[in-house]
Design a protein around this ligand. Structure first.
Ligand SMILES: Cc1cc2nc3c(=O)[nH]c(=O)nc-3n(C[C@H](O)[C@H](O)[C@H](O)COP(=O)(O)OP(=O)(O)OC[C@H]3O[C@@H](n4cnc5c(N)ncnc54)[C@H](O)[C@@H]3O)c2cc1C
Length: 316
């Protein structure tokens, strides 16, 4: 069986939550194998074996202050060694960049915004800002950028056999990060991309003060908090919360849109969510066209009742 490589992203040395799903996707196409880069990368082999990696290609080194070129070098070396049919990367900006660079380097096909994979290597993608869902295949090594919450199940545990990669001789310079900005605001909430539930508020909230209702809703549900661009532009919340074509793309199990009309640019970033709930006082807005459940009403009446009902359920 041909190997299918997964570019493993780590946080504090441990694989991020999306890794298990990426191995499940790899298992559909072949034999999952991991590519992991960084300080003590080899130490992740045991954990990655449990997630389904038959082999773990590890490039050890301190690459923290580097852009994605070490990941690209490691992927290219692993492609050379494993001759895989496909490579799976995440859907965050770094993973997408690494995937696209790899595809150019190995003459493969880069497939972005993938929301489904079949055994015969056909992928389902969202295209043109989510206006179309297409099925595609690619020539050569398929490099698949997989959106989170797209694949169910898990890969069976495997040996996690360690194969060390030496990427020190790679001809591409490892671009250095000269300056780095980190978000000053620390949040206890899950990140937008990883969250199981996302609640987003729009212009209908009316002000920054009233947007606090969305924070309460998010915290009651243990959800990530997002927003429409209109809410961001009006200063109700921070820019990194924007969902949509020019913001973050999310694909949670549950998306709750509050006071959002459903402009195409917003839908592009959330319409692959599994279940969509919309709350809006206007029954004719486009968000209701894609919602699984719609509540027509004043959000300032609906949301507090919703929060109370969730609290009662949690406590009961
Ligand atoms: C190039 C480009 C890129 C863009 N990228 C993005 C993007 O990434 N993400 C994004 O979101 N937008 C994006 N936009 C903007 C997009 O076109 C819309 O303008 C925006 O999504 C509208 O946000 P909204 O739904 O919050 O506001 P509105 O369209 O103004 O909708 C507000 C809604 O709130 C409802 N409402 C008001 N009061 C209440 C109440 N009390 N109770 C219940 N409902 C109420 C109204 O009925 C209305 O439907 C982009 C636009 C362009 C041109």
């Amino acid at each position: 069986m041909t190997q299918v490589l997964v570019l493993v992203e780590t946080a504090d040395g441990a694989p991020v939550a999306a890794t298990a799903e990426q191995f499940a996707a790899a298992a559909i196409l072949g034999e999952p194998a991991a590519v992991v880069v960084g300080k003590d990368a080899s130490k992740a082999a045991g954990a990655l074996g449990k997630l389904g990696a038959v082999k773990v290609y590890a490039a050890d080194g301190d690459f923290d202050a580097r852009l994605v070129t070490p990941q690209v070098a490691a992927l290219a070396a692993a492609v050379e060694a494993a001759k895989p049919s496909a490579v799976i990367v995440g859907s965050g900006p770094d993973a997408r960049e690494a995937g696209a660079r790899l595809a150019v380097r190995v003459g493969g096909a880069y497939q972005s915004d993938v929301i489904g994979i079949s055994k015969d290597a056909l992928v389902t993608q969202q295209a043109f800002g989510g206006a179309f869902t297409v099925t595609a295949s690619g020539k050569g090594v398929q490099v698949i950028s997989l959106r989170e919450h797209s694949i169910e199940g898990s890969a069976p545990a495997a040996a996690g056999e360690l194969v060390k990669l030496d990427i020190s001789g790679d001809s591409t310079p490892f671009a250095k990060i000269e300056s780095k900005q980190t978000e000053a605001t620390a949040s206890e909430r899950p990140s937008l991309q990883a969250a199981d539930i996302v609640v987003s508020g729009g212009r209908g909230l009316g002000s920054k003060e009233k947007f606090a209702l969305m924070e309460e809703l998010a915290d009651t549900l243990g959800a990530a908090l997002g927003a429409s661009r209109a809410a961001v532009d009006a200063g109700y919340c921070e820019h990194n919360m924007q969902v949509g074509q020019t913001g973050t793309t999310v694909s949670p199990n549950l998306y709750i849109a509050v006071g959002i009309s459903g402009a195409i640019q917003h839908l592009a970033g959330m319409q692959s969510s599994k279940t969509i709930v919309a709350i809006n006082k206007d029954p004719n807005v486009p968000i209701f066209d894609i919602a699984d459940f719609g509540i027509v009403g004043d959000l300032f009446q609906v949301v507090p009742q919703f929060i109370e009902a969730v609290k009662v359920r949690k406590n009961g």
